[in-house]
Design a protein around this ligand. Structure first.
Ligand code: MN
Length: 205
């Protein structure tokens, strides 16, 4: 269980084959304004990799981009809509195919409106993660240990969450609907970037 810190790109060959958990930290919530600062990635075997981008980065990152764009590698997110848009905007790749634990939770945990990562990890895995560093200065040239721990914890549990959520999606017959939502997610992110951020184009109004 180690958190590996890298500057500007992922080293080649550090990830086992198979699905990868992915998260991003940015300067804020408006993607074109608020630059991408950190991409976290984990193969689910116990280590997390943090790739930090400096102010003025060219976001070349060939190794990271290759992993994210690999059509053979499932990408696991929590609220992937935001991460996929940020990755598309700054790294120029569509990080699909996609699994989103927040969408899965919304489709299956209809007994609650609490779909945050902390709550999911608590209920499904019985573990506690801190969200204290969520709103912090991710553009700082020196990230604190608390920031690094937090960033890593955001990808640490996504493989296990997927396993648990899939059991429930299968049980309730909602796997196919979930898959259709995951498949649409890159397009939803594209709509965000193209000028329909909060407009529901399926709505009558
Ligand atoms: Mn995060």
């Amino acid at each position: 269980m180690t958190v590996h810190f890298h500057e500007e790109d992922l080293p080649a060959g550090v990830l086992a084959p198979g699905p990868v958990a992915v998260d991003t930290e940015t300067m804020g919530l408006i993607t074109p304004r608020d630059r991408l600062c950190v991409v976290q990635i984990s193969d689910g075997k116990g280590d997390e990799h943090l790739v930090r981008f400096a102010a003025g980065s060219d976001y070349a990152a060939p190794n990271l981009r290759a992993v994210l764009a690999d059509p053979e590698r499932l990408k696991l997110y929590h609220f992937g809509r935001f991460d996929i848009a940020a990755i598309k905007y700054y790294l120029g790749v569509v990080a699909a195919p996609v699994y989103c634990t927040k969408i899965a939770s919304r489709l299956i945990r209809t007994y609650t409106d609490r779909h945050g990562l902390k709550e999911l990890v608590r209920e499904l895995l019985g573990q506690d993660i801190s969200k204290q560093q969520q709103s912090s200065d991710w553009g700082n040239p020196v990230l604190s240990d608390a920031q690094k721990d937090y960033a890593a914890s955001d990808v640490r549990f996504l493989h296990a969450l997927r396993t648990e959520l899939n059991k429930r999606l299968e049980r309730e017959g909602r796997m196919e609907l979930a898959q259709a939502c995951f498949d649409f997610l890159p397009h939803r992110a594209e709509l965000d970037l193209a000028g329909w951020p909060e407009i529901d184009i399926f709505s009558h109004m």
